[in-house]
Design a protein around this ligand. Structure first.
Ligand SMILES: Cc1cc2nc3c(=O)[nH]c(=O)nc-3n(C[C@H](O)[C@H](O)[C@H](O)COP(=O)(O)OP(=O)(O)OC[C@H]3O[C@@H](n4cnc5c(N)ncnc54)[C@H](O)[C@@H]3O)c2cc1C
Length: 370
């Protein structure tokens, strides 16, 4: 009998395993593959972390805790997990991105600066916002290395006594009066509580529920710079997120040694975790090139690689971290609408407090079953 069984050991599950085991609980973590792997939502070399959160100011205190926890994990693991490059949120002054980032920064007294398009071009020569665009600059934004983060979380989980089993998919589960019985490809396990962090597979482990989640295919691209490569060095190029043309988003990273990575945020095709089209079409590369030519022209060089990845979206694109509506011993915490990675360690603390019945330190109202 385990205290907690965790189904899915990607970003959220590996963090939860580490936190719950650190608190002394008997933890079993299961994954259908061997994480970190490139079949879910936590691969592709880099993830953005940013603090002036345009999506809603309620995320900011959680983010601030997340920064502390990532630094603590870096210290505990000895691995480089986070590179602070600063960040720019670029768009028209009334765009959701710029307005939202500015609102969060002001409400929470975050260090930030408003820049005109000319100031952005002068300070960050790789980036070419149009004349009517502005930017919110925040110095604490940067890059997380997702594969190394998941690996470090798994190592910490084991170090604190969690049992982790890979290549063992959970098939189904049933909750009884005083435990949950979990059936896998290899056998059965009993636990007091079950946490479902199965990413894009989450709905398959919530039978009988009308799933509000949708899975979206997203493609990441890496290009060799065609122009001034030095302008993409991490010291000169921050992470940058853009809102352009009627609510479309794209983002880019500095060159971390493997080329300049850029991708759209949303606008991907609807898919499923098992049915995703992994090959990338030439038109998809052309579409991101067209945007780069407009806003980051020196990035439009030879293509190095393109990789498909999965978002698990909620209808309002906020997170979903809550108890199963019909099974009080079961928790769900994976659907993060394409912006959850940076929160993994704080989501783990939230989950651990929920499982242990402790009072919550954060406002979780936006993330509840709805
Ligand atoms: C292209 C892309 C870019 C992104 N960019 C950012 C960003 O810049 N910043 C940011 O904060 N977030 C970003 N995100 C979102 C973030 O990466 C995700 O929210 C996060 O990685 C999701 O973690 P997860 O643990 O829910 O899913 P995953 O990491 O995919 O983990 C789910 C795990 O469950 C396992 N599993 C599935 N079914 C079963 C089963 N039946 N039994 C056992 N195990 C199972 C899977 O094998 C997998 O390992 C991005 C996502 C994508 C796809």
């Amino acid at each position: 009998m385990y205290d907690v069984l965790i189904a899915g050991l990607g970003a959220m599950g590996s963090a939860a395993a580490a936190e719950l085991a650190r608190r002394g609980l008997r933890v079993l973590g299961l994954d259908r593959f061997t994480p970190p792997h490139s079949l879910g939502s936590s691969h592709g070399e880099s993830r953005i972390i940013r603090e002036a959160y345009f999506e809603h100011p309620v995320y900011v205190p959680m983010l601030q805790r997340s920064y502390e926890l990532w630094h603590a994990l870096e210290n505990a693991s000895g691995d480089r997990l986070l590179l602070q490059t600063g960040g720019l949120m670029i768009g028209r002054p009334d765009s959701a991105l710029v307005e939202g980032a500015r609102r969060s920064a002001q409400l929470h007294g975050l260090q930030h600066e408003m820049l005109t398009a000319a100031q952005v071009r002068a300070r960050f020569p790789a980036l070419h916002p149009e004349e009517d665009m502005v930017a919110v600059w925040e110095p604490r934004a940067g890059v997380l290395f997702p594969e190394a983060c998941v690996q470090a979380q798994l190592t910490q989980a084991r170090r604190h006594g969690a049992q982790l089993r890979f290549d063992e998919p959970v098939r189904h589960w049933e909750a009884d009066g005083d435990h949950v019985l979990v059936h896998t490809s290899h056998g059965e396990y009993r636990a007091q509580q079950l946490i479902v962090t199965a990413g894009a597979w989450v709905a398959s482990l919530l039978p009988g529920l009308q799933s509000p989640f949708s899975v979206e295919r997203q493609v990441l691209h890496w290009f060799d710079p065609a122009g001034d490569a030095g302008a993409f060095a991490p010291g000169r190029c921050p992470i940058h997120l853009w809102q352009f043309d009627a609510g479309r988003f794209f983002y880019g990273f500095p060159d971390l040694g493997t080329g300049v990575k850029a991708a759209f945020h949303h606008d991907g095709e609807a898919t499923t975790a098992d049915g995703i089209r992994r090959e990338v079409a030439a038109q998809e590369v052309d579409a991101v090139r067209a945007v780069l030519r407009r806003f980051v022209p020196a990035a439009d060089g030879p293509l190095r690689a393109s990789v498909a990845c999965l978002y698990t979206n909620t209808p309002d694109e906020h997170f979903w971290i809550d108890r199963h509506p019909a099974q009080p011993r079961v928790w769900v915490a994976s659907p993060c609408s394409g912006h959850g990675f940076k929160f993994a360690p704080v989501v783990a603390e939230v989950l651990a407090d929920l499982v242990q019945g402790k009072p919550q330190r954060f406002d979780l109202g936006l993330f509840s079953w709805r």
